[in-house]
Design a protein around this ligand. Structure first.
Ligand SMILES: [Zn+2]
Length: 431
């Protein structure tokens, strides 16, 4: 682990061309292995001009087809390698619940897990965390009973192999927000990790009740889109910054937040492309589909795997790291609003705009067709007609189109299978 940290410490400062060159060399080995050992790729390689083993250029790489979740599901076992090279360890199943409704069963190795942990440790080092401090996580973890927190010695396997870390505690994210807040107050965390939607709900609860977390130094988030509103709420409520991570269970860490800025640096071990509608690479400032390849997963190679997320590529970072920059992560295609004229955008709904209307506690919007949107609301009492009108007006402004807004009332709005929360979902199929 120390040797890898030393390498990562060096490689982050390499010029971008050199990072790319190292990635293509590793990709070349992955392709040769996939062609020889993975039936799905043996077949693909026969039909592309890319010859495994020959020197790989970016241009050749881009001739390889994009792999979708649906293809991964259909391909099933034909994506698994018959044999692994020495040193990759044993094969482990990775469970992904798939928030887009297409669950994927992925497999990794001891080596992919090792790189996952190395990235976790790099994140701690980048953000100069105090390893003796208390680390608290509120997340989805099968071993945790909702409402029952657990305490553990040490922060977990990524750190504990190298150094003695402080006490950590964990609570299931399905615990209701008031109980989470009470538990957190007792825990006195220095670092708090959770999903962005849960952090927003907690911050609003702390603001409403006037409670505080005086020991807190940093909020860490993952798993959902980390919006500007959450960062602002954390500063206002607890006076702390937010550090976000961009990862997926299938491929591991894709990007970590820069130590000096709110944008992200792509990680060397996962080759990430951001592609426009034509399948060409985006330039800085352009938003496109995120396509990833874990360069170390030889058990179930996912080559040019389309995650379903969209992101905006950024300019090189002033911090001096050569790792490419993702300026923003936008979410999934189903979080895109479709206007009747075919234009699409990611709507945002800062809670400070709608939470002051009546007693709204939670809201989720679902676009069923091109003319109407359902606003699902959790409120202590139904809104008055004037409040409903006010809400419609705010939403129509946010959507940028006079949609018909159908307000429906709910006791709670559950999280999806992966326990992620989406405040806007479009059910209109993309044309
Ligand atoms: Zn940077």
């Amino acid at each position: 682990m120390l040797a890898v940290q030393y390498q990562l410490e060096k490689s982050q400062w390499l010029p971008p061309e050199q990072v790319l060159d190292l990635q293509l060399r590793q990709a070349c080995q992955l392709l040769a292995h996939a062609a020889a050992q993975v039936p799905y790729y043996a077949n693909i390689m026969r039909h592309t001009a890319v010859k495994p083993g020959s020197r790989l250029s970016l241009e050749k790489w881009r001739r390889l087809p994009i792999l979708t979740r649906e293809t991964v599901q259909r391909a099933g076992k034909s994506l698994l390698a018959r044999q692994l090279p020495a040193g990759h360890g044993k094969i482990n199943q990775i469970h992904t619940s798939g928030s887009t409704g297409t669950p994927v069963t992925a497999f990794g190795t001891d080596l992919t897990q090792f790189f996952w942990r190395a990235a976790t440790l790099r994140d701690h080092l980048w953000h100069q965390r105090d390893f003796s401090a208390k680390f608290v996580a509120i997340r989805s973890e099968a071993a945790l009973q909702p409402g029952k927190g657990v305490e553990r010695q040490g922060w977990g396997p990524a750190t504990d192999v190298l150094l003695a870390t402080g006490i950590s505690a964990a609570l299931n994210i399905r615990t209701d927000v008031a109980s989470q807040a009470a538990w957190l107050t007792q825990q006195r965390p220095v670092y708090l990790l959770s999903f962005p939607s849960n952090i927003v709900a907690l911050a609003r609860h702390f603001q409403a009740t006037g409670l505080g977390l005086p020991t807190l130094r940093e909020v860490r988030t993952y798993g959902e889109v980390a919006g500007g509103e959450m960062r602002q709420l954390c500063r206002e409520t607890w006076g702390v910054p937010v550090t976000d991570m961009y990862s997926s269970q299938e491929v591991g860490y894709i990007a970590l937040q820069c130590p000096d800025h709110e944008h992200y640096h792509l990680q060397e071990g996962v080759f990430t492309e951001v592609l426009n509608e034509m399948g060409e690479p985006c330039r800085a400032g352009e938003v496109g589909r995120v396509v990833v390849t874990n360069l170390h997963n030889f058990a179930m190679p996912l080559i040019r795997y389309q995650l379903g997320d969209y992101a905006e590529l950024g300019e090189p970072c002033p911090c001096g790291r050569g790792l490419p920059v993702l300026r923003r992560i936008m979410g999934r295609v189903r979080n895109l609003l479709i206007l009747p004229d075919g234009r699409r955008h990611w709507p945002s709904f800062p809670s400070k705009e709608w939470s002051v209307i009546g007693t709204i506690r939670q809201m989720q919007m679902v676009q069923h067709d091109l003319e109407s949107i359902e606003a699902r609301i959790v409120a202590d009492q139904p809104l008055l007609p004037a409040e409903e009108d006010r809400l419609r007006q705010i939403l129509v402004e946010r959507f940028g189109h006079p949609f018909r807004i159908d307000i429906t009332y709910h006791v709670e709005i559950p999280r999806s299978g992966s326990l992620k929360y989406e405040d806007f979902i479009s059910e209109v199929p993309a044309a």
